[in-house]
Design a protein around this ligand. Structure first.
Ligand SMILES: Cc1ncc(COP(=O)(O)O)c(C=O)c1O
Length: 429
């Protein structure tokens, strides 16, 4: 049984979980009962400030009132019809909102599905159909999901070990990681070399990149890398897929993280905070690319479920407005400021990085050698739990602490959470 905190009801349910739930599902340390805003309460009544946000799903926090009201209303009128069988308005409205708010002034279209992985699968399928090419370029430390194709695109071994053979025609290129010596220039040079030595760029359908790598350690892709990649795509007729599943929906202080680089992608994958906790994801982008697929070539039974779409309409309205995004930027500065102060006090923090409220600290045993301090990160997460803070690690070495706190958290909640983080870090070193 995994280590956990709290009381007897938790013990009881953990035993049930251990008996009935496959152990391949990561072992959560708490059993949640209910949540609101930035707070989550477990089955024994212990309250946590939630810096995990359901892994980037809760930019609007737990149970946002307008979203819950829309879910209730939609649940009472229709739970499901299957969009290709009987279409309905919430799907149309989410598609309209996504097309309106995705980058680019050209005509756009969207397809809605259930999960981020499915969005990535569809973006790749559409790119292959449109270009008539097979190749897909993915990047070191990228995370794109856990289905066969998306697991192939994903970097970290824990997500794919023992599960091959993997999907063919996937090529992995280095991604910038300035803190560990890989610059945008290096990464672009490697890609150019790859186009000479490994794969003919004229056989590549698409590239897929997260503008800020989520599971890969909150590594920010430098603007010049994103721009250089887009230039190469244009040169070779390759579709640029921007994976915004984790970095989108206001997480970086703009609606989409790619906006920081002034690049307009051809296709974008969205999910997580899109529907504030309901399962919904989508692909949005150039109409001529989306429309190249024949009728019946896209879709799924539950894709764009009406209840999830009703939630998404409210979620997009709440996030895609100047006031919310301006707040997100101020909120991000507050987090970054506090993390920088912590770095001044704790040698174990090698780097503070991120954009806006998508912030993280990379822990190292020594600031010179930059040896990953994975054990300190693990102990900090456990200590935070004891102190009432839900916190997540990330990165290939699991030595990065990432902050995915709801952007609607109060200043007091944010500060208390950051205090708990710092106390836990100091105790873990
Ligand atoms: C960038 C990115 N893409 C895709 C996915 C897969 O999304 P899902 O877990 O909804 O399938 C994730 C999930 O963490 C992600 O962070």
């Amino acid at each position: 049984m995994a280590v956990h905190v709290s009381g007897s009801r938790t013990d009881e349910l953990m035993a049930k979980r251990d008996q009935y739930v496959a152990r391949g599902v990561s072992l959560a340390p708490i059993i949640a009962d209910h949540g609101h805003g930035a707070r989550l309460v477990d089955v024994d009544g212990k309250e946590y400030i939630d810096f995990a946000g359901g892994i980037g799903v809760l930019n609007l926090g737990h149970t946002p009132d307008a979203v819950v009201a829309a879910i209730k209303q939609q649940a009472e009128s229709m739970l499901h019809s299957c969009f290709p069988v009987a279409a309905y308005e919430p799907y149309l409205e989410v598609s309209r909102l996504l097309c309106e708010h995705a980058p680019g002034s050209f005509a756009k279209k969207a397809v809605l599905i259930n999960s981020g992985a499915e969005a990535v699968e569809n973006a790749v399928k559409i790119s292959r159909y449109h270009t008539g090419r097979d190749g897909v370029i993915t990047f070191d430390r990228g995370f794109h999901g856990r289905t066969l194709l998306t697991m192939t695109l994903t970097s970290k071994l824990v997500y794919k070990k023992g599960m091959g053979p993997f999907a063919p025609e996937v090529y992995r290129a280095p991604a910038p990681y300035p803190y560990r010596g890989i610059t945008a220039k290096d990464a672009l040079a490697s890609l150019d070399f790859m186009f000479k030595a490994t794969v003919d760029p004229e056989s590549v359908a698409c590239v897929i990149l997260e503008p800020v790598q989520g599971e890969g350690g909150f590594t920010v892709m430098p603007k010049e890398f994103i721009q250089g990649l887009k230039e190469r795509c244009e040169q070779h007729g390759i579709i640029y897929i921007d994976d915004e599943v984790q970095s989108g929906m206001g997480r970086t202080g703009t609606l989409w993280a790619i906006e920081h680089s002034d690049v307009v992608p051809d296709l974008m994958t969205v999910g997580k905070s899109l529907a504030a906790g309901m399962p919904l994801a989508g692909v949005v982008g150039r109409a001529e690319i989306l429309d190249s697929v024949h009728p019946g070539g896209l879709g799924s039974t539950y894709g764009g479920n009406p209840v999830a779409c009703a939630a998404a309409v409210e979620s997009i309205k709440a996030i895609a407005n100047d006031e919310f995004l301006a707040h997100a930027r101020v909120f991000g500065e507050r987090i970054m400021g506090r993390l920088e102060e912590m770095a001044g006090r704790h040698q174990v923090i090698g780097e503070v990085r991120g954009i806006g409220p998508m912030a993280a600290i990379e822990l190292v045993t020594d600031r010179e050698t930059r040896e990953p301090a994975s054990a300190v990160a693990a102990a900090t997460v456990s200590g935070a739990l004891e102190r009432g803070l839900l916190l997540l690690k990330t990165g290939i070495y699991d030595n990065v602490l990432r902050i995915l706190v709801p952007i609607i958290a109060t200043d007091e909640e944010l500060d208390t959470g950051l205090d708990r983080l710092e106390e836990s870090l100091a105790a873990a070193v």
